[in-house]
Ligand binder design. Structure first.
Ligand SMILES: Nc1ncnc2c1ncn2[C@@H]1O[C@H](COP(=O)(O)OP(=O)(O)OP(=O)(O)O)[C@@H](O)[C@H]1O
Ligand SMILES: [Mg+2]
Length: 210
């Protein structure tokens, strides 16, 4: 078993599941001070993540099929998605062309009644070259901080996390406008976009006030 990635909390390993390339995601309890509580929290989070993956999949979103949910072992097994983290794909010569698809995908996630919770560019997997199904596919992973919700404030927070991730890692792309334009094509977008403006206003105000 090769260690594929080590994220903030989870350890992700490449495995095989009935002959299929798969990913095992294991979460260690974070603190040893309250081990029972931690074990319960980890199991709860894992169940929540699995439920969101199922919900996303039922809504037809591009997510990895879930193979095994084992809360006692704090483990999920899901299909391994070919491709590369969007974070890297955005650095390719035509990387900017992923942005419309990215904005549309976030809108589709929100339409499905899901807020992602951590939509940074490392939580999307890009396969092929950008420009839609024919050329390339964009999938979303890691619902570990997500929730089932239709709340515009939480949707706006998703938008903000994504914009900040794009601005921090890919300032040269000037991603804001194309991202928001694509997201804004969704009929339900206006509430979240208004909330985003309010959130950002508040952020600026706090910055000025120190
Ligand atoms: N199904 C998958 N297919 C391909 N690569 C994956 C898959 N799941 C995870 N990865 C890779 O492993 C990395 C870490 O996985 P993930 O984002 O789910 O965990 P994490 O960020 O550690 O989790 P959390 O934020 O919930 O603690 C991803 O950024 C991605 O590169
Ligand atoms: Mg992640």
């Amino acid at each position: 078993m090769a260690l594929a990635e080590r994220g903030a909390e989870a350890v992700v390993t490449a495995v095989e599941w009935h002959g299929q390339p798969a990913i095992e995601k294991h979460r260690n309890p974070r603190s040893y001070r309250h081990p029972d509580l931690e074990v319960r929290l980890v199991a709860e989070r894992l169940r929540a993540e699995a439920r969101l993956l199922e919900r996303a999949s039922e809504a037809g979103l591009p997510v990895p099929p879930l193979y095994v949910v084992d809360p006692a072992a704090a483990t999920l097994v899901m299909a391994w998605l070919p491709g590369e983290p969007l974070e890297r794909a955005l650095r390719a010569p035509n990387g900017v062309a992923w942005l419309p698809q990215l904005g549309e995908l976030l809108a589709r996630i929100h339409t499905a009644g899901i807020v992602h919770g951590d939509p940074t560019t490392s939580n999307f997997v890009a396969d092929g070259s950008p420009g839609g199904d024919v050329n390339g596919n964009l999938s979303v992973i890691d619902f570990g901080l997500g929730a089932a919700s239709d709340d515009d404030e939480q949707r706006a927070t998703d938008l903000r996390v994504l914009l900040e991730s794009l601005e921090a890692h890919h300032p040269e792309l000037k991603a804001r406008e194309p991202l928001l334009a694509a997201y804004g094509e969704w009929d339900g977008a206006s509430g979240a976009l208004e909330r985003l403006a309010a959130l950002e206003q508040r952020g600026r105000y706090n910055l000025v006030r120190g």
